[in-house]
Write a new protein. Structure first.
Length: 368
């Protein structure tokens, strides 16, 4: 399976290309200079993760994702929720690394968990039972020695919780249900990733947004990874960061794709798809501008309530949490501010934040 750039219809692409370039530049400058830029970037990880799952046909509630990230689940996490949380962790990992790291071969292999040369002895075994792979602790910021210790502890906890021992599996086993092949043994991920990276070198001469649109179309066409198609959206965001188009944060490209009708994203005509991908960048930038305006206004209103309070007040901590998460619960505020749940409710009431669930129990508050 190959992908060729071919001839591009410049007359049709020129307008959407200019609009996307301008929108992303304005968003990047706004976030870089904003006092709520850090909180905006953290919130963006959650919004992009939920939108990425929506684009792939899965529904994950934002509230469940935020609570799962805070290890305060109110229900058993689903398989889709685990994938959404992995997207959040992947975006954080990419943000911590240098621009362009994720678009390198070593970066993609590390993010996808694909080894260059795998063997049966070196491959970690799957856990038994339903639910997929073991969700290990994110080792990104840890030395290798500590990461290995944490992995052993995580696996030990999994066994202590009553799960059976893992059965070793052979690499590239074919798993079929009827005529549906879930895992194709002939799917050469390394070769497909190499072809996609070769294309990334070819589009370096093109404008950043057009190059990103071509890379996303190629990712859709080549499908380098069997089970992690969502990774392509994160790679596109890091590609734009490496080209200097959006340096302040990772673009929420999935948010933009969500706003584009499926008929345009899956059109037969190639030019129509490229225009849709460029419009998705414009839509993501527009959504980002609205969110940062909302956060800036909310920060000013919340800070007025701190005037006259004692220097040891927990209100600033609660405000920082509200600005960095789409929603917060009383227990999240209590943990961040180191107060009791009753004290957290008093802080939320004093700030006057809107309750968004409408429930009497398991309530949540947020800035929308």
């Amino acid at each position: 399976m190959t992908y060729e750039i071919g001839n591009l219809t410049h007359e049709t692409l020129l307008g959407p290309l200019a609009a996307a370039e301008d929108a992303l530049a304005r968003l990047d400058e706004r976030v870089a200079r904003s006092e709520v830029g850090a909180g905006f970037a953290e919130r963006a990880d959650f919004f992009d993760s939920v939108s990425s799952m929506w684009v792939s046909g899965e529904l994950v509630h934002l509230e469940d994702l935020v609570l799962h990230d805070a290890q305060m689940d109110i229900r058993a996490p689903s398989h889709e929720l685990a994938i959404a949380h992995r997207i959040v962790r992947t975006r954080r990992r990419v943000s911590r690394n240098n621009p362009g790291w994720a678009v390198s071969r070593s970066g993609i292999m590390a993010l996808a968990g694909v080894a260059e040369e795998t063997s049966l002895e070196s491959e970690p075994s799957d856990r038994g039972g339903e639910g997929g792979e073991l969700d290990l602790i994110d080792h990104d910021a840890l030395p290798p020695e500590l990461a290995e210790i944490d992995e052993v502890l995580a696996r030990t906890k999994w066994l202590v919780d009553g799960n059976g021992p893992a059965e070793p599996r052979k690499q590239d086993l074919e798993l079929s249900v009827g005529e549906l092949v879930i895992r194709d043994p002939d799917w050469d991920e390394g070769e497909r990733i190499g072809e996609w990276l070769e294309l990334a070198k070819q589009v370096e001469r093109l404008p950043a947004t057009l190059a990103a649109a071509l890379l996303w179309e190629a990712w859709e066409h080549l499908e380098p990874l069997q089970r992690q198609h969502w990774l392509g959206q994160v790679l596109i965001s890091d590609f734009l960061r490496s080209r200097g188009k959006v340096r302040s944060h990772l673009l929420t490209y999935a948010v933009g794709l969500r706003g584009i009708p499926r008929e345009r994203r899956r059109a037969r005509d190639r030019t129509t798809k490229l225009v849709a991908y460029l419009d998705a960048m414009n839509a993501a930038a527009s959504a980002g501008m609205k969110d940062i305006d909302r956060l800036t206004l909310a920060k000013r209103q919340l800070e007025r309530r701190v005037i006259g309070k004692r220097s040891t007040s927990s209100l600033p901590t609660a405000i920082d949490l509200l600005l960095s998460r789409p929603i917060v619960s009383a227990h999240m505020v209590a943990k961040a501010a180191k107060v009791t749940p009753r004290g957290a409710l008093n802080l939320i009431s004093e700030l006057g934040v809107r309750e968004i669930t409408g429930r009497g129990r398991y309530r949540a508050w947020g800035i929308f």
